[in-house]
Design a protein around this ligand. Structure first.
Ligand code: A3P
Length: 304
């Protein structure tokens, strides 16, 4: 779509950081709030697949794996367009004339793969009515926080993260786009007991990618050979995706995503939080984690 095809429109364009609003208490880009009734009334098709995650949980990775499964392991077909054009980002809004996620979704025929960062209670109800499958990916909160901190710095489509000290408390109190990490992962965790939701963990995919790819294939009821599994694995390693312009967001112009500040494919590891958290931040974090996760059987690994 998008920026590349509309390059002329953006000559001399200065990207302002967005204003934030709220939908049912969840901080969202004001433009998402302004178009909320359209987003919320989106009409899903039973064959649509939703790929959902809190920001920075590895959704792009799962999207690439799913696309490879849909394309029977044909990497060339997955290079047909950048991730954001292949799989509409449902609630995304962009400066005109770049189409919104809704417009892009509505221009495609089902079965579509739709990306969202919405918490479970904000997912357009039509997805539940149509019994759509959802793949949710969760990542431990410490690495999510670090990854989001760097991403909000480089992505002018989001508010600036400020300094690390400030960001630490903003993230913990859920005052970041798409709201509280705790509410997000817990809400979707509970939803899996009532809907067709495959709940994945970033750390599991890092630890045993082929096992998790098989899990996705089974969920999608796709029977794929060992040879194709190997192709999917090779195409979706961190290095392969970092080198793939159709997966690494390098097609988004630098006035939106400035990859010289922080690359989209930044480190791709478990445990980078140790390079950011002070001892006292870790203590504060652990207290808050205990408080918010109390009573839940949802468990995260913060190191492997
Ligand atoms: P880091 O910033 O920690 O490196 P999302 O796609 O949800 O925005 O998540 C982006 C995060 O997932 C980034 O984390 C990115 O490096 C990581 N990631 C993307 N593809 C990956 C892959 N193939 N293997 C491991 N990590 C990957």
């Amino acid at each position: 779509m998008a920026f590349e095809r509309n390059a002329q429109h953006f000559i001399g364009y200065v990207m302002e950081r967005p204003l934030m609003g709220h939908i049912r208490g969840v901080p969202l880009d004001q433009r998402i709030c302004d178009t909320w009734s359209d987003i919320s009334s989106f009409q899903a098709h039973p064959e649509d697949l939703v790929v959902a995650a809190y920001p920075k949980a590895g959704i792009t990775w799962v999207q690439e794996i799913v696309d490879m499964i849909y394309m029977d392991g044909n990497a060339d077909r997955c290079r047909r367009a950048p991730t954001y054009d292949r799989h509409p980002f449902l609630e995304a809004v962009a400066p005109k004339p770049v189409p919104s996620g809704l417009q892009l979704a509505e221009s495609m025929k089902p079965p579509r793969i739709l990306k969202t960062h919405l918490p479970v209670n904000l997912l357009p109800p039509s997805f539940w009515k149509q019994d759509c499958k959802v793949i949710y990916v969760a990542r431990n909160p410490k690495d999510s926080m670090v990854s989001y901190f760097h991403f909000q710095k480089m992505n002018k489509g989001l508010p600036d993260s400020g300094d690390w000290e400030l960001y630490f408390s903003e993230f913990l109190s859920g005052n970041v786009p798409w709201g509280s990490w705790f509410d997000h992962v817990l809400g979707w965790w509970n939803a899996k007991d009532h809907h067709e939701v495959l709940y994945l963990f970033y750390e599991d995919i890092i630890e045993n990618p082929k096992h998790e790819i098989r899990k996705i294939m089974n969920f999608l009821r796709k029977n794929i050979s060992e040879e194709i599994l190997e192709k999917i694995y090779q195409h979706t390693t961190f290095q392969a995706m970092k080198d793939n312009p159709m997966a690494n967001y390098s097609t988004i112009p630098s006035f939106v995503m400035d990859q010289s500040i922080s690359p989209f494919m930044r480190k791709g590891i478990v445990g980078d939080w140790k390079n950011h958290f002070t001892v006292s931040q870790n203590e504060i974090f652990e207290e808050e984690y205990k408080r918010q996760m109390e009573g839940s059987d949802l468990i995260f690994l913060t190191e492997l």
